[in-house]
Write a protein that binds this ligand. Structure first.
Ligand code: ZN
Length: 493
């Protein structure tokens, strides 16, 4: 009896104690967990107590412009940002909106990577340069340099414009009087500048350049205006995949002075001075090019034409220009220092004027192959004339070089067609049939069988197989002792 009473009392005490201990344990676990959680948050950088963000505003050396600086020393997502502000709300809002977007994208990307990879670190630097123009307009060139885990680096340039006195911002439309003809010229000038830039030339993707410089005002809105030139910025990777910086094209104002709105035109005397300076530069470039041509390694240039001169052959390329194939062919011709004749279609020159220009710059003869490639014998005299004349006009307009030969499509010609042009008609005697078989080695076979002194070889600069087979053809002809000449040189002998 006693024993059982005691037993019951003990068990009651046991239960009470047990409940107390369990409660305390849970409380302790809860507290420890909370503490760990807080520590985890602190080290993840989200609520790092040691991170300091400083925002500071100072006057710049340009009246009416303040410089805002924001820095964060966060271990995982540090940044240093600098941007301009003024007394004009519209301008300020546009700039801060750009900066906020850049900052948020950076922080979001790091947080996302953090969740996937665990450890991610990045850096964001935004700085800017102020370029003044005599009209009172400032160009603020904002340079964004962001990397995340080093492998993921991205550079960007964005230009804002402001006249701090009036609050006016400048667009490329306003700069060029909103004139579509000016846009057309600008597109062509910028394109040609990019093609001729030796810094860019190596790895240019011509089709990408064509797209990036199409006749759209938006393509040219990222510009900086100085008193001497206009600089157009493009996206990193816009012209070639391995660009380390956003590419840009510099256009001297002198070249586009007549296209500019009055308030941005150069003063008369200054435009003349710049004109002179540019001419001197052009002369220098020319003389450098001459030096290259007469380099001691190439003896073909020093051989005078004599009666029993070397065998001659003319290479001709029809139906271009083509942004991909024509440029490949130009490279191969350059390797052999071989001049050639390109019979171009007016419709393609209209679409790829910069490629036609490249052919001219490389020193080749330019030929007319009609606008739409018809059988001219089936057309009226008026149609024949417009096919030929329009094509000559656009080739000469885009390249600045005279058209010196004509080739009718399919070689289809009669007396009516012949009498519609004063250009010499150039047919061929070696037909590589490249358009038919698309076989690079077959081109060489035909050339080997049919070429003789004075031959004119027909090929097309629109087929990849032609570009692929050309090096072997040139190598063969050169080894056989042939000298490469233009069609006109063969016709005139
Ligand atoms: Zn053709």
């Amino acid at each position: 009896m006693k024993r059982s009473q005691r037993k019951r009392r003990i068990s009651w005490i046991d239960v009470t104690f047990s409940i107390a201990i369990i409660t305390l344990t849970f409380a302790a676990i809860y507290l420890i967990t909370q503490k760990t959680k807080n520590e985890a948050l602190a080290t993840s950088g989200k609520e790092n107590v040691t991170t300091v963000i400083i925002v500071d505003t100072i006057d710049s050396s340009y009246p009416g412009i303040k410089i805002v600086t924001e820095t964060s020393n966060d271990a995982i997502s540090p940044f240093a940002i600098q941007y301009p502000q003024s007394v004009h709300q519209d301008f300020n809002d546009e700039v801060t909106s750009y900066i906020e977007t850049a900052k948020q994208q950076y922080l979001t990307t790091i947080n996302q990577q953090q969740e996937v990879n665990g450890k991610t670190a990045g850096e964001l630097n935004i700085s800017f340069e102020t370029v003044p123009h005599d009209s009172g307009i400032y160009s603020f060139i904002i340079k964004k340099d962001r990397f995340i885990d080093k492998s993921n680096q991205k550079k960007e340039i964005h230009v804002f414009h402001l006249n701090p006195e009036t609050g006016n911002q400048l667009t490329v439309e306003q700069l060029f009087n909103e004139d579509p003809n000016n846009l057309k010229q600008l597109s062509s000038i910028v394109r040609n500048t990019i093609y001729k830039d030796p810094m860019l030339q190596e790895n240019l993707d011509l089709q990408n350049v064509h797209i990036a410089t199409e006749e759209l005002w938006n393509n040219f809105n990222n510009f900086a205006l100085t008193n001497d030139h206009l600089r157009f910025y493009f996206q990193q990777g816009a012209f070639s995949a391995d660009e380390l910086e956003p590419p840009f094209a510099v256009i001297p104002l002198k070249e586009i002075n007549t296209m500019l709105a009055d308030e941005f035109k150069l003063p008369l005397d200054e435009s003349q001075m710049t004109d002179h300076a540019t001419k001197t530069l052009e002369n220098e470039i020319e003389s450098t090019e001459n030096k290259e041509v007469t380099n001691p390694g190439s003896e073909s240039n020093t051989i005078d034409p004599i009666v029993d001169g070397p065998k001659r052959v003319a290479l001709t390329f029809d139906d271009g220009p083509d942004p991909k194939i024509t440029t490949q062919i130009l490279d191969i011709l350059k390797k052999y220092e071989a001049p050639a004749t390109f019979f171009m279609l007016g419709s393609r020159v209209e679409y790829y004027p910069e490629i036609a220009k490249l052919v001219q710059v490389a020193g080749h003869e330019l030929g007319n192959h009609t606008w739409t490639h018809p059988d001219l014998r089936k057309l009226s005299v008026e149609k024949i004339q417009s096919e030929i004349n329009q094509t000559t006009a656009i080739i000469e307009q885009e390249t600045g070089q005279k058209v010196t030969a004509f080739r009718p499509p399919y070689g289809a010609i009669n007396q009516t067609v012949r009498s519609q042009t004063s250009l010499p008609v150039a047919l061929w005697d070696v037909d590589t049939l490249d358009w038919q078989h698309h076989n690079p080695t077959k081109i060489l076979e035909i050339v080997k069988q049919q070429t003789k002194d004075g031959s004119i070889i027909l090929m097309h600069d629109i087929h990849q197989s032609t570009a692929d087979g050309l090096d072997a053809v040139l190598s063969f002809l050169q080894n056989e002792g042939y000298v490469f000449v233009t069609v006109s040189e063969i016709l005139n002998k």
